[in-house]
Design a protein around this ligand. Structure first.
Ligand code: KG4
Ligand code: ZN
Length: 337
């Protein structure tokens, strides 16, 4: 069964064709980063306009690369939310039009459920039960995956998402947008113990997160140091590495705590920040010590992409989920509803 996936929730216009939920025939991702860069973050209005400009050729390219005609697509899966409303509506509208014209089912996917299906898109069987850490630019949440499509929210950020903290700290260090990949790269040659930034664990046993204190601590540190951003490369690398270490320590600690508290032996990690090399390495080492099996997608499937949406839609299709033509986009909605 071939599913065409469409994802336009933020600043990536993406379309993919996935066979039987587990075989990626194509996954076209057109990033808008360069248009948002000079503003230091995603500008919603620009995102919507760029999606409009790109969505048709991205879908055509995905079909061409998959060597599958539209008449061989059995269903369409699209991200309905959460995300930027204007951006989501572009993907949702074209998904509805194509599904209506082709008389095939439309499946509306939750973006976070999509992230959790990045591994199934790659052909890895979803682990149940598992603790899932979804860590991206818009979300930092821990879920208990009880079984397919049964999620329980265990904790989430009370302020900034981890990816947002990466992006903001990169901005403070004059590293531009998007911050995560640059900090990841610079941190590799910096000293993570150079500066002891605070780790916020909140109340004992809490599985919530908070990154705004860390962000402020980095801000005050930078202010005090009077850094020359064109010259003090060693210092900048040390700040990047020390900040990254503080984020990673908390994410690893809480993910392991979530698994142990719920007596599960699987952890699934997904979302843009799950690309982070230090996070992948430290989570792997810690999980191994705790006899927990760790699952995470290839980096290209961690950040926003339509293959994960197509895979998510496949399982939803098998469960009998179908969207009505009146399906709307939503900027926020809990996954567990
Ligand atoms: O999942 P995603 O593409 O979009 C959202 O749904 O938010 O995640 C984007 C976020 C950005 O904040 C970006 O800085 C972060 O993921 N990111 C990283 C890395 N690659 C992307 N953060 C840390 N290390 C990375 N290597
Ligand atoms: Zn995402």
């Amino acid at each position: 069964m071939n599913i065409l996936g469409i994802e336009t929730s933020c600043d990536e216009t993406s379309a993919a064709v996935v066979k039987d939920g587990c075989q990626i025939l194509s996954n076209v991702i057109s990033s808008q980063i360069k248009f948002h860069q000079k503003f230091g973050g995603v500008v919603p209005e620009i995102a919507s306009r760029k999606h409009l400009e790109n969505i048709c050729w991205v879908i055509e390219d995905a079909l061409r690369k998959a060597n599958v005609g539209l008449n061989k697509i059995d269903a369409i899966g699209v991200t309905a939310g959460p995300g930027l409303i204007g951006a989501l509506l572009v993907g949702l509208s074209i998904a509805k039009s194509l599904a209506y014209a082709q008389r095939i089912p439309l499946i509306a996917c939750h973006h976070l459920e999509g992230h959790m299906h990045a591994i199934t898109a790659q052909g890895i069987k979803a682990p149940y039960p598992a603790a899932a850490l979804i860590v991206s630019g818009g979300h930092t949440s821990l879920y208990l995956l009880k079984r397919q499509a049964k999620y329980e929210l265990l904790g989430q950020t009370r302020d900034d998402a981890a990816g947002e903290a990466f992006d903001k700290v990169a901005k403070m260090l004059h590293l531009g947008y998007q911050g995560g990949p640059v900090i990841d790269e610079l941190a590799a040659s910096g000293n993570p113990k150079a500066i002891l930034f605070p780790r916020s664990y909140l109340e004992k046993g809490s599985l919530d997160f908070s990154f705004s204190g860390l962000k402020t601590a980095v801000w005050y540190y930078i202010k005090k140091q009077n850094i020359d951003f064109d010259k003090d490369f060693k210092h900048i690398k040390d700040i990047a590495a020390s900040f990254q270490q503080a984020v990673v320590d908390v994410l690893v600690n809480k993910a392991i705590m979530a698994a142990k508290a719920n007596k599960v032996t699987n952890i699934l990690m997904a979302g843009g920040v799950a690309c982070n090399s230090q996070l992948r390495e430290q989570m792997q080492q810690t999980a191994q010590k705790e006899h927990i099996k760790l699952y995470y997608p290839d980096p290209i499937l961690c950040t926003d992409n339509a293959a994960m949406i197509a895979s998510c839609a496949y399982y939803a299709y098998l469960r009998g989920d179908r969207a009505y033509w009146s399906q709307n986009a939503y900027s926020n909605r809990p996954l567990e509803e």
